[in-house]
Design a protein around this ligand. Structure first.
Ligand SMILES: [Zn+2]
Ligand SMILES: [Zn+2]
Length: 178
């Protein structure tokens, strides 16, 4: 409806033009592609001049553009996060066992899996400038499993909670990258 109004008001020389998205804002600007009147809030800078919201949209989502450099950086970060997370998990297990005098609550030991999953997703996502990729998403999930493997090697622990927390951790890590 606002588009119709813009066209009506815009007829005739000297008539006022109103933004197609903000009918209350008078403007002298118009889209270089479709000609709609736009205000300074709506305009998008394009190589060919100013455009409206619809015409100024980028064709491809830049967060899905992936270069080999990002893969390398992302995969290297996954390995480091996996090893670092594993060592931290093992230290955490040791501390919890120490604090609880040998009788460590399984739920408490398992919680680390969720925290490591969130951390891994965040760190890898930052390493690739928040870009997204299915491959890297799997790699980040793998880094959480690597953490678990290292933690188990350094000080065996196991419970159904650990597996559940590991699954949640892997999931939380993966959604950050996809
Ligand atoms: Zn336009
Ligand atoms: Zn506007």
């Amino acid at each position: 409806m606002s588009t119709d109004r813009t066209q009506q008001v815009g007829q005739g020389p000297g008539a006022a033009h109103y933004c197609a998205w903000h009918p209350e804002i008078e403007t002298g600007l118009s889209c270089s592609h479709c000609g709609k009147s736009i205000c300074t809030q709506c305009m998008v800078q394009a190589p060919v001049g100013i455009r409206c919201r619809d015409c100024g949209k980028p064709v491809a989502n830049p967060t899905y553009e992936f270069r080999p450099l990002y893969y390398l950086r992302g995969l290297a970060t996954c390995i480091m996060v996996g090893i670092g997370g594993g060592v931290l998990w093992a230290v955490y297990n040791y501390l919890v066992r120490y604090l609880f005098d040998g009788f460590a609550p399984a739920l408490l030991l398992a919680l680390a899996g969720i925290v490591i999953g969130i951390g891994a997703g965040e760190i890898v996502s930052r390493a690739v400038d928040r870009k997204r990729s299915v491959l890297l998403s799997w790699a980040t999930g793998g880094s959480v499993i690597l953490s678990y493997a290292i933690a188990v090697l350094l000080g065996p622990f196991f419970s159904i909670y650990t597996l559940l927390a590991l699954a949640v951790g892997v999931y939380l890590a993966m959604i950050k990258l996809r």
